[in-house]
Design a binder for this molecule. Structure first.
Ligand code: MN
Length: 217
């Protein structure tokens, strides 16, 4: 998919989100890309994953897996659930740039996806089946090693609609029938802030037209 769709939906003069333009990538992302390229030579790829809690017109959780230099992304309205019996709708959306994984801030209300974003979880994901074949065939099986999300998970596409997938906890030692992870651990793992605090925080990175992103601290 690449980043063209991602870029076409956004005006980077107005939103503080990363543009995904490699010439503007912070060195950290470039370093990381190099590291994961080495990992990708293994039989099954691994990379970073993140889940961003996004208070857009409807609150949802953006579930992202790094693959082939971008973040494959699904919007999960109810967020992940540790109960293997619970299947959470995950709408496949456009690829996002790697830099997006640590984006936390406020997208202006008038812009695409307007609302506050926090990094709800991050870590690494480890494919247990070939994810490139899986993306086409509609089934991904992988292990997550995050702060909140751990163990084996699967993403399965609903055949009738190419955009709709289900995110399901696999039966393993990490599965839990009653832990409501999105309620018990609601806040950012990088700033410990709640999404409500980020939405109101005057110090959150914000964008003023034609001036560029600015931290007003
Ligand atoms: Mn979103």
């Amino acid at each position: 998919m690449g980043l063209k769709l991602y870029q076409s939906k956004r005006d980077f003069n107005k939103t503080p989100e990363p543009s995904g333009d490699p010439t503007h990538s912070p060195p950290v992302a470039a370093e990381h890309a190099k590291q994961t390229q080495t990992e990708a030579t293994d039989a099954l790829p691994a990379g970073l994953f993140c889940v961003q809690k996004h208070a857009a017109s409807r609150l949802h959780y953006d579930f992202r897996l790094e693959l082939d230099g971008v973040l494959k992304s699904w919007a999960v309205p109810k967020g992940p659930c540790y109960n293997p019996k619970v299947k959470r709708l995950a709408v496949h959306v456009e690829d996002h740039p790697l830099d997006y994984a640590r984006f936390e801030g406020v997208i202006p209300a008038a812009e695409y996806g307007g609302g506050a974003v926090i990094v709800w979880d991050e870590g690494t994901w480890h494919a247990l089946e070939d994810p490139r074949t899986g993306l086409m065939g509609g089934k991904l099986l992988f292990e997550l090693r995050g702060r909140k999300l751990m163990g084996v998970w699967t993403l399965v596409r609903l055949k009738k609609d190419e955009r709709n997938w289900l995110l399901i906890k696999h039966h393993d030692a990490m599965a839990h029938a009653t832990l409501d992870v999105v309620t018990v651990f609601p806040d950012s793992i990088i700033s410990q802030r709640s999404i409500e605090t980020v939405a109101k925080d005057a110090h959150a990175p914000s964008w003023h037209s034609s001036k560029g992103p600015k931290k007003r601290r």
